[in-house]
Design a protein around this ligand. Sequence first.
Ligand SMILES: O=C[C@H](O)[C@H](O)[C@H](O)COP(=O)(O)O
Length: 229
Amino acid sequence: MVLDTKTIQKKTAGQKAAEFVKNGMTIGLGSGSTVYWMLKMLGEQVDQGLNIKGIPSSLRTEGWAKEFNIPLTDFSQVQRLDLAIDGADEVDPDFNLIKGGGGSLLREKLVDANSDRLIIIIDESKMVYQLGKFPLPVEVVSFGWEVTAQRIGDLGAIPELRKKDGDIFVSNNGNYILDCKFKQISNPKELHNQLKELLGVVETGLFIGMTDLVIVGSGESVKIYEKKQ
Ligand SMILES: O=C[C@H](O)[C@H](O)[C@H](O)COP(=O)(O)O
């Protein structure tokens, strides 16, 4: 199968990230098409004897992990993860992220926030100077979502209820997603806090100050960026 440029970048970044996984680790397994390649590689390493356990951040990731024979666990067994590897929709120079393009932001944030280290894997198109071109996914309670959307609109956004194949998209947690177009996101932390204060908002796709390393697929190789100290 011939892969397009973006898919090659995702594959290269995902495969590189798998090199950071060491024997005995418990791994947070992110979500999305870039993470798919990391899981595939991890599966090969498990076949060769790597001893790890993973906590998946979505039902889709859980399915892939099972397909690749990656042993799984959950937060009833494990309090803390050694490493989480996840994708993103946008990454700014301070490593602030927009996530949730696939609707998995809440479980991803729980997994990523409870990990000692977070590696983000992306293709080159995800690197931005300022967040906000990608509409910010916000997970909201389904009851009264229309009112919640209005309150988010008051913050300067145009929120759109996510649909899939004509039906309302429902997250793995039974909630709705509002894709919120802001003119610009100049202060991601402030915006996240403002959104979290609104009744009905469960979580936002802004991941602030969580990322330690970003691996960007670039051609057939990768660029690796470490968090500024
Ligand atoms: O909800 C989805 C996640 O935040 C994904 O990690 C993000 O959308 C990136 O996905 P992809 O690697 O498919 O572009």
